[in-house]
Ligand binder design. Structure first.
Ligand code: HEM
Length: 193
């Protein structure tokens, strides 16, 4: 059991490393915190996608490696929550340091994603699973797709600007590949059912 928990430490350390690297580059506070916010989200995406894909990878390519990811899925999810908590810290600093005005409306989609992410993290244990019954599955299915959507939209809106296009291509490609794998796993499950 202990051995399976390492993705939680990994997620936290990855987020802190991205924060440190973002802050150690040049520029004023707004540039440094903006970079820290971008890099913490950028490293969080593959950790999130591992959680998003854990069961699909196991279905498509059964084996010891994919089984170990599937069995540690809860810990990968918690690792993502830890990493994205560092993004939350960096983005609060970035918003304060920048002169850009943010409307409450622009904070709702991302804020909802954080609410859902923390509800999922708090209920990622056997006791909550038993207590919530079918609502556990509802919350976690909705949450995983909603967070995927926010990542996809965050990167899709960066496609238009040539300056942010490289990271937008990175993010949109990873998100769409992951969706494709989930659909492939779902179809193969239906065929064998
Ligand atoms: C209200 C909540 C949120 C706010 C205010 C916020 C704010 C920010 C800020 C200030 C940046 C840096 C922007 C820049 O300098 O270009 C950023 C980047 C980013 N955020 Fe967040 N964020 C929020 C929630 C989220 C959530 C929930 C996700 C994903 C599920 C997310 C994904 C991203 C991505 C993908 C980037 C760009 C990363 C890159 O450049 O590779 N954000 N966000």
């Amino acid at each position: 059991m202990m051995a399976r928990r390492w993705p939680l430490a990994f997620g936290l350390l990855a987020g802190l490393a991205a924060l440190y690297l973002g802050l150690s580059g040049g520029g004023d506070a707004a540039a440094q915190w903006g970079r820290a916010a971008r890099w913490t989200a950028r490293i969080g995406l593959p950790i999130f996608l591992l959680t998003y894909l854990a069961s699909s990878l196991g279905r498509l390519w059964p084996g010891a490696f994919t089984r170990s990811i599937w069995q540690a899925r809860r810990w990968w999810g918690l690792g993502f929550a830890a990493c994205h908590t560092v993004h939350l810290y960096a983005l609060v600093q970035a918003v304060q340091a920048s002169s850009e005005v943010r409307t409450i409306g622009s904070l709702i989609p991302g804020g909802t994603a954080y609410l859902v992410m923390y509800l999922m993290a708090l209920t990622s244990n056997d006791a909550a699973m038993r207590a919530m019954g079918r609502n556990w599955k509802r919350l976690h299915s909705f949450g995983i797709h909603y967070i995927w959507l926010i990542f996809t939209l965050a990167y899709a809106k960066r496609l238009a600007d040539p300056l942010t296009r490289p990271e937008a291509i990175y993010g949109v490609t990873l998100c769409l590949l992951a969706l494709g794998l989930r659909l492939a796993a779902w179809r193969s499950g239906r065929k064998s059912a």
